[in-house]
Ligand binder design. Sequence first.
Ligand code: UGA
Length: 458
Amino acid sequence: MRLCVIGCGYVGLVTGACLAEAGHEVFCTDIDTDRIAKLNTGGVPIYERHLEEVLHSARKGGRISFTSDAGQAIRAAKAIFICVGTPPKENGEADLSAIDHCARQIATEADGPKLVIEKSTVPARTGLELTRALSAYSRSSNLRFRVASNPEFLREGTAVDDFFHPDRIVVGVEEESAAVDLREIYGPILDRRFHCPTHNGTCPAEQRAELLVTTINSAELIKHASNSFLALKISYANVIADLCERLGGDVEEVTHAMGLDPRIGGRFLKAGLGFGGFCFPKDIQAFIHLAASVGVDFDILKAVERVNKERIDRFLEKVRKALWVVKGKHIALLGLAFKADTDDVRFAPALEVLKRLIAEGAVVHATDPEAMSRTKLLFPQALYHDDAYEALQGADAALVCTEWDAFKKLDWERAGKVMSRKLVLDGRNLYSPAAMRALGFEYHSFGRSSASAVSASY
Ligand code: UGA
């Protein structure tokens, strides 16, 4: 099918590239002309595992193209995916102006009927507004637009893998024909008719997805409800960590045992600096706001947000307690991205830590495998090192803020020899307290006593 993708951020690019790889003809457009120019010269504007090779293959097969001319992309396609940003406003409400802009573009540029699919994360009832906007902006009463919601569940860093191996594909529709079209679009994914960059043709059988057809309102709610629940699990684990610190337990032992109960599940129970990124923090706020707008007080989510913000305070309390005076101290900051395997620093806990350390007069030596160039633009005051051991050279303390594999595998014996003081504050619980202490480190993490039985690589 001929498809259009509006918005070439990570969701749009992954959607476009994967659907092209699955055999569709995809026309991508974005108002950012630099981004389109980069894509047209073979570049990839974001770091996302496997994206480059999937894009390369789709380009080679002539199944994907990029244009700044939205009208051209819209007219070429039968179905249009809206993948634009929905950032938070000052009051937490989702800013839907980019969606509104897309509606105007589609309604004025289309020369035939279109299926308009919202993939951007939007509050419930946006589909209804989108349908209204499309008809209000349309110059011809003969043009028919069908609207569908198809929320994405793509994690940054593993988005290509998630697209090809979804747990579920949710399509919210108001008419059966839209569900039929979406089933055709996702047919190659459901039937495994694509070249998988991860498994090279042998994807695990148990990973087969289910296509769920719901109403548009339900589909929109499924997205917000899912992200908020995952955030809730993280904050829950973080409160357990606080309790462990006060009562003498070990959060890794507690959450490990909890997670063995299949009704709970072990994922997203990792205590530490908390969640960041451009999804959880803004989606929680938007969901709280949406609930309030219809008279429902989403108290639990407010607590989730509060607990998450307090993680940074707790971490810095530990830093101050260990260092006594922060001003003038050389601090190695390991990790800037909001999580591993991405260069995204939006709402990254590490950046808040960095900001506060600089405000307190510390000399920060930062390192991150992918996110340094983005951070340098925001915090030119910090010093940046490609090599973690260089960042640790002469440091009074090492602060671990992102769970990168490279940091999990760090040779702390070597690091200890170059640090000025053997002090590690681990915001991601990457190492075993006992092993770190055995190496002579003063080691602080979240919710763990020194007698930890469950240990990581150290
Ligand atoms: C999240 C969801 O996981 C995706 O399903 C969803 O599609 C996406 O948002 C979105 O709405 O677009 P993402 O923001 O890429 O994906 O990141 P996650 O892997 O979910 O991690 C979020 C944050 O939680 C990270 O800062 C991570 O370090 C933190 N985290 C995660 C914890 O602190 N503890 C955990 O146990 C798990």
